[in-house]
Design a protein around this ligand. Structure first.
Ligand SMILES: *Cc1c(COP(=O)(O)O)cnc(C)c1O
Length: 405
């Protein structure tokens, strides 16, 4: 079957909830992927930062194979020999007392919401049913009904209501708005330290620190959704570490397993996570030995192979180079680590044709929110491969407007 055959098969039998670039990937290794015709591409999306460690990292795949042959799922009705080591490794890596494992990012966000509400009722004394969580305009925290209920994006919400009450949206980056929204019923603020899906939006310097201070002053929790920003993407293990901020809860997913298996987690101290007693929350696959084993190796290679530092150094280099670019199409270039948003002028008609042109040149990027090209290769990319990708980007951005397909 050719690429076109696979695309028409997906289109015929699958729900159309995505609009993929027309490339059918069959094989992947490190930063490279190959389509069914054998054409090679440099992956500059890295599965929305789930493959920070590179595609099919040999050590993670070895762990996957070995663990798959031993034991894959026990359910939490029993203990398994992989979960404890995973808990200890993750809590020591991030400096927290406790870990609660789930599978997808959205489930971990839901878990953090439950934890914050319970904490609000049981520790802060909020009256029953009154807890509020402050969230931010432009947020993306996943696709469950509760989570899309506090999105500010119509595409995520339209006709999916009614939604869960108890969330208040304040503009991202606006401290006065958070202060104005604060009241005795607020149990938590839930924030992405950099908004990925919204277009790599970076809040003003000191913003997270100010939120931390506000949370302390008002006895509410600061929850950072680091599902996309965390695990090295921005050049630190956690994005909030750029401001030396320690959230009460950190939400992880995506690269937590290096792209081989869905593993997510909420990490925090006992004072919050102890609100869960047996029976109050769970997941059949959450904490399974296959996921836990993969996550352990995924975390180890991130550290042992210097990927966080590589993201910091090559990210700074790429950002500087792209900022210097003299392109009539580019409105703004911003980023941190190997996470760069190239925002195009409205007159270009959008980022999609640029991503299609790049695909033709062997570079896979994906537009986010119409006008932003997201550049986010695996964090183990070499300088030579990065240079090559940047050359292609520079060529597309300085050429006449690509024609929309
Ligand atoms: C991807 C993402 C999620 C949702 O993760 P899923 O695994 O797709 O449910 C939540 N928050 C952020 C910031 C994300 O990037």
């Amino acid at each position: 079957m050719s690429s076109l055959d696979f695309i028409s098969q997906e289109s015929a039998f699958g729900a159309h909830n995505y609009h993929p670039l027309e490339v059918v990937i069959e094989r992947a290794s490190g930063v490279w992927v190959w389509d069914v015709e054998g054409k090679k591409y440099l992956d500059c999306l890295a599965a929305y930062s789930a493959v920070n460690q590179g595609h099919c990292h040999p050590k993670i795949i070895e762990t996957l194979k070995q663990q798959a042959e031993k034991c894959t799922l026990t359910s939490r009705a029993f203990f398994n020999d992989q979960l404890g080591p995973f808990y200890q490794q993750l809590s020591e890596l991030l400096g927290y007392e406790k870990v609660l494992p789930m599978n997808t990012g959205a489930e971990a966000v839901e878990t953090a919401i439950k934890a914050a509400r319970r904490w609000g009722y049981r520790n802060k004394g909020i009256a029953a049913g009154q807890a509020e969580i402050l969230v931010f305009g432009g947020n993306f925290h996943g696709r469950t009904t509760t989570v899309v209920g506090f999105s500010s994006d119509d595409a995520y919400q339209a006709d999916f209501g009614p939604f869960t009450p108890g969330f208040k949206i304040v503009p991202y980056g606006d401290l006065a708005a958070v202060e104005a929204a604060m009241n005795g019923n607020v149990c938590a603020m839930l924030i992405e330290p950099i908004q990925g899906e919204a277009g790599i939006i970076i809040p003003p310097a000191g913003y997270l620190q100010a939120l931390r201070a506000l949370a302390d002053k008002n006895n509410c929790l600061l929850i950072c959704d680091e599902i996309q920003a965390g695990l090295g993407r921005t050049g630190k293990m956690l994005c909030c570490q750029h401001e030396n901020v320690r959230p009460d809860l950190v939400i992880l997913g995506k690269a937590l397993s290096g792209g081989v298996y869905p593993v997510s987690a909420v990490v925090g101290d006992d004072k919050v996570l102890s609100v869960f007693e047996p029976g109050s929350h769970g997941s059949t696959y959450g904490g399974n030995p296959l996921g836990a084993a993969c996550a352990r190796t995924a975390l180890s290679v991130l550290v042992d192979e210097g990927m966080v530092e590589n993201s910091r150094d090559l990210g700074a280099y790429a950002l500087e180079r792209l900022c210097k670019l003299d392109s009539p199409h580019v409105k703004d270039v911003r980023g941190l680590g190997l996470w760069i948003g190239i925002e195009l002028h409205a007159e270009t008609g959008g980022a999609r044709p640029f991503c299609e042109a790049l695909r033709g040149m062997g570079v896979l990027c994906k537009e986010t929110h119409d006008y932003v090209i997201r550049f986010a290769p695996p964090l183990m990319i070499s300088k030579a491969d990065l240079d090559w990708a940047l050359e292609q980007l520079e060529a597309v951005l300085t050429a006449p407007l690509p024609v929309a397909k």
